[in-house]
Design a protein around this ligand. Structure first.
Ligand code: MN
Length: 212
C-alpha cells in the first residue's frame, strides 16, 4: 500500500510538472537553417540551435522547477543566479541574442549614432573587429557592450558570461565555443569569426544601441 501511494504521488508530481512547464521555449531562427551558408552551414545551424541552444533552455526549465526562479523573467535570473541556473539561463539568453543579430541580407556596416559611437570609442570598425579577435580565447563569448556612462567596449567573457552582470548593455555577441564553428571550420576559429562578421546585421545592432 505504501509503495502504491508513493507511485501515485510521483505520478501526480509528474503531471503537475508537465502542466507548469516548459517555462521558457527556444526562439525560432529568424531565417532558414541554410540561409547563412557558407559562413555558417545548415548542419552547424541545426546542431547549434536545435541541440545546444534548445538544450540550455530545457536544462534551465528543469533546474528552476519549484525554485524562486520559476516565476522570474530570464534577465532577472541572469542577474541574480549562480552556478548551473546562471549558466543555463545566460546561455539561453546569449544564443537568442546571437542568432537574432545575424541575417542572410545584413546591413553590412554600422550607421548613424552607432557608427559615430564606434568611431569615437575605437577609431574605426576595423579597430573594433581587431580588438574582438584579440579577445578570442577558450570557451566563451566576445561582446560589444555599452557601459553606464555610454562608453562602448569589447568584453571577453568565459563560459556563459554576459556583460549584464557588470551593469553593461550587450549590443553584439560572438559565440566562441567550439560548438559554434567546429563542424565547418575545425580548429580555424579566426576564420569562423571572420566569416561571421559578414552575416552580422548592423541594423539590429544599431536598433539595440538606440533602445534606451
Ligand atoms: Mn553556442
Amino acid at each position: 500500500m505504501i509503495l502504491y501511494l508513493n507511485l501515485l504521488t510521483s505520478l501526480i508530481m509528474a503531471t503537475t510538472d508537465t502542466a507548469s512547464s516548459p517555462r521558457f521555449t527556444p526562439q525560432d531562427l529568424p531565417y532558414a537553417y541554410d540561409a547563412l551558408a557558407p559562413a555558417i552551414s545548415e548542419e552547424t545551424m541545426h546542431y547549434h540551435h536545435d541541440k545546444h541552444y534548445a538544450g540550455y533552455v530545457d536544462k534551465l526549465n528543469e533546474l528552476i522547477v519549484d525554485t524562486p526562479f520559476a516565476g522570474q523573467p530570464l534577465e532577472d535570473i541572469i542577474l541574480s543566479a549562480d552556478g548551473p541556473v546562471y549558466n543555463n539561463a545566460a546561455q539561453a539568453w546569449n544564443h537568442a541574442f546571437f542568432f537574432g543579430q545575424l541575417s542572410p541580407k545584413p546591413q553590412k556596416e554600422p550607421s548613424g549614432e552607432l557608427l559615430e559611437a564606434i568611431n569615437r570609442n575605437f577609431g574605426s570598425l576595423d579597430e573594433l573587429i581587431g580588438r574582438a579577435a584579440a579577445g578570442l580565447f577558450g570557451s566563451g563569448w566576445v561582446w560589444l557592450a555599452e557601459d553606464p556612462s555610454g562608453r562602448l567596449a569589447v568584453v571577453s567573457e568565459q563560459n556563459a558570461g554576459n556583460p549584464m552582470r557588470h551593469g553593461m548593455k550587450p549590443l553584439l555577441a560572438i559565440d566562441v565555443w567550439e560548438h559554434a564553428y567546429y563542424i565547418d571550420y575545425r580548429n580555424r576559429r579566426a576564420d569562423a569569426v571572420e566569416a561571421l562578421w559578414g552575416v552580422v546585421d548592423w541594423k539590429v545592432v544599431g536598433d539595440r544601441y538606440a533602445e534606451k
